[in-house]
Write a protein that binds this ligand. Structure first.
Ligand SMILES: [Cu+2]
Length: 624
């Protein structure tokens, strides 16, 4: 432990500046700043001289001492804790409900990400919101329009805004260092965003998504179609984000400033946030058709949404409507995927919007259906399942794409260090963190799930399984382990302690180019505007932690899913994210439309930060 005395650290602004500077010094593991004593305690391997030098570049004179005396005496005032990110809620405004902002062509919007206090049940926590709300404002715009968004960063870390799913100009895509410089705290950037396609999109930062998205920086964008009959009739729109948040003893589980934790599976929450609320309530009228516009903004959790007692019709996905409207009992959304669902409430009653996994049910929202009858009557229209002509046309071209060899093949592989393997003396056995009954004398893989077996000794064995309560129903998953990962989807974090301990240092998620015998990073992908490219995505079982991945491609174009394990996709929709369950091979065809340098990555925030990302180039077509 090093204690650094910074006499010039006299305000919260100074604390933020000092903390940010010190956390960037290599070797710093944790830091705790105390405004009362004007000291910063630093743990890790950084040398004192490096710390004072780093502070000098920020204009702070500091002297430091190695391990001088016990923790500094608090002289009063509110505690300032910047061990990880600030958690203090003093003087912060309460998070508000998102405003709906209608923007016409050429309109301007000011968007300010900044800290807010958010009440979650009995606790109030520090989170981040755009314009003070969680989620941020819902933008309503028209297809074909363009709006200007001025962003000012009121947070204490760099940010950008990524406009998820929009095929826009590359320089406004919000990728730090590739399409723009990061917006520093206090800094500004102006985006011009275009909406060529109708449907539901969203926005979020592209720096430390594991932290900022979890803390509330996300908002929905509803693009109204130019074509009047594009969607079937409905009485009302409800735009909802689906999210989860990990609370431990009333505070948000800590994030490190220097590395991403929960890198193995991503951070699963134990509090559901639906439209930013823990227990939202809606009313509907009898016979009413409510169109739910759903976006999964969670770091890692896959949602399966249903409304028992009501009828559901899936009408749209990531980017616009479905080839065939279909009656469904539920919809599955991986992180960053969207679903547009018409829900018909037949008769009065108390219903609920639920998230159902194979092992448990989460109540997301209460719905009271009143006896008032919705006008005009739309039941007949609900029964009518329409077909989208533009996607029927794509269907006719599908056979050729199904039989074509892939232009690119991308494999998903994980490499995981074994935290228990080093420094262990005496007998070692190897166990699966997800299936504690699987033990071996030799290193290897779990026959049940393919997970790398991790070294255990009796002393650490209790740490690798289900020791930490994250709100799971322990009885349920002790008995029903297989179904918790049914369909190749990890519905829960079933190795919470192991997962928490994995970082971007110890876990490497890789996208490997396996195109025609290659085996390396996809470093040289280059396409041309107007091209269509068949990409095969292989979620390999031969991996240290096989699991599902939502694979996202930025606005270079949009894609159709062709097939899953060679079975043709039954219902087409334009997409920017595809969920690839464990072990599955998914073929997509990318319609390349926008030139520039574009990212592709897993939308589990922690996976992206652990290496599951790359960028490719789209050249402008010669004629355009
Ligand atoms: Cu992933």
């Amino acid at each position: 432990m090093i204690v650094v005395h910074v006499p010039g650290m006299s305000s919260r602004r100074d604390v933020r500046a000092v903390s940010a500077r010190i956390s960037d010094v290599p070797g710093v593991r944790t830091l705790r700043a105390d405004l009362a004593t004007r000291t910063v305690q630093v743990s890790g391997s950084a040398a004192p001289a490096t710390l004072t030098a780093a502070l000098a570049t920020a204009g702070y004179v500091a002297d430091s001492t190695d391990n001088p005396h016990p923790s500094p005496t608090r002289l009063g005032g509110p505690p300032v804790d910047t061990t990880f990110f600030p958690t203090d809620i003093t003087d912060l405004p309460q998070a508000t409900r998102p405003e709906v902002v209608e923007l016409g062509d050429g309109d301007e919007l000011h968007l300010r990400p900044g800290p807010v206090a958010k009440q979650l049940g009995d606790s109030t926590v520090r989170m981040l919101g755009y314009n003070g709300s969680i989620p941020g404002p819902t933008l309503k715009v028209r297809q074909g329009s363009e709006v200007v968004v001025h962003v000012r960063n009121d947070t204490d870390l760099d940010t950008t805004v990524h406009w998820h799913g929009l095929r826009l100009e590359n320089r406004y895509d919000g990728v730090p260092h590739e399409t723009q410089a990061p917006i520093p705290p206090g800094g500004e950037f102006t985006y011009r965003i275009q909406f060529p396609d109708p449907g539901l999109y969203w926005y979020h930062p592209h720096i430390r998504e594991d932290v900022t998205q979890e803390l509330g920086l996300y908002g929905s964008i509803l693009v109204e179609p130019a074509e009047p009959e594009y969607w079937p009739p409905a009485h009302r729109d409800v735009v909802l984000t689906l999210d989860d948040l990990l609370l431990e003893d009333g505070v948000i589980a800590p994030f490190s400033r220097t590395e991403t934790n929960y890198a193995a599976m991503g951070r699963y929450g134990n509090v559901m946030l639906t439209g930013g609320e823990t227990a939202p309530a809606f009313t509907a009228r009898s016979g009413e058709i409510v169109r739910w516009w759903l976006t999964n903004t969670a770091n890692s959790r896959v949602f399966r949404v249903t409304v028992p007692g009501a009828r559901m019709k899936r009408v749209g996905g990531d980017s616009g409507r479905l080839e065939h409207e279909e009656l469904v009992s539920d919809v599955v959304l991986a992180p960053s995927e969207r679903a547009v669902v018409d829900v018909l409430f037949d008769r009065p009653g108390e219903l609920a919007l639920e998230h159902r996994t194979p092992i448990r049910t989460y109540r997301l929202a209460a719905i009271t259906v009143t006896g008032e009858v919705a006008e005009p009557p739309l039941r007949e229209a609900f029964e009518h399942l329409r077909t989208a002509p533009e996607l029927a046309a794509e269907r006719r071209r599908l056979d050729a794409w199904l039989t074509a060899p892939p232009d690119k093949t991308l494999a998903i592989v994980a490499e995981m260090d074994d935290p228990g393997a080093a420094g262990v003396s005496g007998p070692v056995t190897y166990a699966c963190p997800m299936h504690p009954e699987v033990v071996s004398e030799e290193p290897g893989r779990c026959p049940k799930c393919g997970m790398k077996l991790l070294a255990t000794t009796p002393a650490v064995a209790h740490n690798t399984g289900h020791g930490h309560d994250t709100g799971h129903d322990d009885a349920a998953h002790a008995h029903d382990h297989v179904s918790a990962t049914a369909d190749g989807i990890e519905w829960e974090d079933d190795m919470a302690e192991t997962n928490r301990a994995t970082t971007t240092e110890t876990m490497r998620w890789k996208l490997l180019d396996r195109t025609s015998g290659r085996d390396g990073l996809p470093v040289d992908w280059r396409f041309t505007q107007g091209q269509r490219v068949k990409i095969r995505l292989v979620n390999e079982m031969d991996s240290d932690h096989p699991m599902h991945h939502p694979f996202h491609i930025h606005g270079a174009g949009r894609f159709l899913v062709l097939s899953r394990d060679a079975a043709p996709e039954p219902n087409l929709v334009w997409k920017d994210t595809v969920l690839i369950p464990t072990g599955q091979t998914v073929d997509i065809v990318l319609d390349v439309t926008n030139p520039g340098l574009w990212m592709a990555h897993c939308h589990i925030a922690e996976h992206m930060h652990a290496g599951m990302m790359f960028s490719f180039t789209v050249d402008r077509a010669a004629t355009s």
